[in-house]
Design a protein around this ligand. Structure first.
Ligand SMILES: *Cc1c(COP(=O)(O)O)cnc(C)c1O
Length: 379
């Protein structure tokens, strides 16, 4: 039979399935159901109901007796609330890395602060607390706050940032959006995302952890119209509360967090083992060993990024340049002040998100790693 090409038969019958770059690992409807039944019984749907309170307690407990957790409607709103709670003068300068997701810059602007983009460390892809002390002298004015970002979930140098904060008086607020797993207690607020694509998913949601009761209470008020027990607004605020339904999903995700974590580790181990003789592919320090995230982000040699993306695409494998060229290159932020960015530019040219998920099977792992071996042998 002579076949003519049509829109209906472009894929050969035995084509391998497309490998997506990320696949959320969310709890099943069965696992969420007992929590939904509790909502039916309590008839409380939002406004810091019993499920939200339970979730906040469990999130805080992980970080020790002094930690407080306040939920929010998203990771972005958690960051906005933490910045607003600093109570800085409107327009105060807030330094942030350009090497981050655009949400970090949106949050600074939404909190009424003035962003100043700075460069990250070439190795960690994160702001360095020692280096930042000298960088601040180049700012276009007095820097009042700074946002270290946990790059793709990597752990923060908590000691270094605590020292920075006490030396400089500049307030530290951490964008730990992808760092649910690597979070440890710290003397400054940290905002985490519970988006479906992050390691602990609620669909949409987020939380702030902070070390003191008053700050936690401010965040709660800021997330709820500035209310504090009465219907009078005490401060300019938002509605950024988490609903009981989102808390139901987050609680069932927490119930199985230990096993989710093992699955992420297992896939990371498989990738690391299969690529142990491909030195061109460098995983994030400790990724899958000491900490987990829902994405696999690797560094590859300069000059190989575009050809590798094309090669993998031709083999039905998706990749993602999660942070593009850095925030300062986004049209929305083009006019904002920034320092020079050599490391960010280098990271943009050498960083790639590969397919990864908790349930990646052996065939998918060997297909991906086989192609990477082939590419780097030939290049
Ligand atoms: C995901 C992410 C956010 C935003 O979190 P949302 O829950 O999607 O609002 C902010 N910053 C970084 C670094 C992120 O990765």
């Amino acid at each position: 039979m002579v076949r003519t090409a049509s829109v209906f038969d472009q894929t050969p019958v035995c084509a391998p399935e497309r490998l997506p770059v990320a696949r959320p690992h969310m709890p099943s409807a069965d696992a969420i159901l007992p929590y939904l039944e509790r909502i039916d019984a309590s008839r409380q749907y939002s406004n810091f109901g019993p499920l939200v309170r339970e979730l906040e307690n469990r999130l805080a407990e992980r970080l020790g007796p002094d930690a407080h957790a306040v939920t929010a409607s998203s990771g972005t709103s958690a960051l906005v609330l933490a910045l607003m709670a600093l109570d800085l003068p409107r327009g105060a300068i807030c330094a942030l890395p350009s090497w981050t997701f655009v949400a970090t810059a949106h949050a600074v602007l939404a909190a009424g602060l003035t962003p100043w983009f700075i460069d990250v460390d070439a190795d960690t892809a994160m702001l360095d607390p020692q280096v930042c002390q000298t960088v601040l002298s180049r700012a276009p004015g007095k820097v009042r706050a700074i946002i270290p970002v946990c790059a793709h979930g990597a752990p923060l140098d908590v000691g270094g940032w605590a020292h920075f904060q006490s030396q400089t008086g500049v307030r530290v607020v951490v964008d730990a959006a992808a760092a649910h797993d690597s979070l440890t207690s710290a003397p400054f607020p940290m905002a985490v995302s519970l988006h479906a694509t992050k390691s602990l998913g609620a669909g949409e949601g987020g939380y702030v952890v902070c070390p003191d009761t008053d700050f936690a209470q401010r965040i709660r008020m800021l997330s709820s119209f500035g209310f504090n027990g009465s219907r009078e607004a005490q401060m300019i605020a938002q509605n950024a509360k988490m609903s009981e339904y989102a808390a139901a999903v987050a609680l069932s995700a927490m119930d199985r967090w230990a096993s989710t974590r093992l699955l992420y580790q297992q896939t990371a181990f498989k990738l690391r083992i299969a690529l142990k003789d491909v030195p061109q592919v460098q995983f994030q320090e400790g990724w899958g060993l000491r900490w987990v995230s829902s994405v696999c982000v690797v560094r590859i040699p300069a000059g190989t990024l575009a050809p590798l993306i094309t090669f993998l695409k031709a083999n039905d494998i998706d990749t993602r340049q999660w942070w593009g060229e850095g925030c300062h290159a986004s049209r929305a932020f083009a006019e904002l002040a920034r320092d020079h960015m050599p490391n960010t530019e280098h990271l943009a040219a050498t960083t790639l998100g590969l397919p990864y998920c908790a349930t990646m099977n052996d065939a998918q792992v060997s297909r991906l790693t086989g192609l990477l071996q082939q590419f780097f042998q030939d290049s």
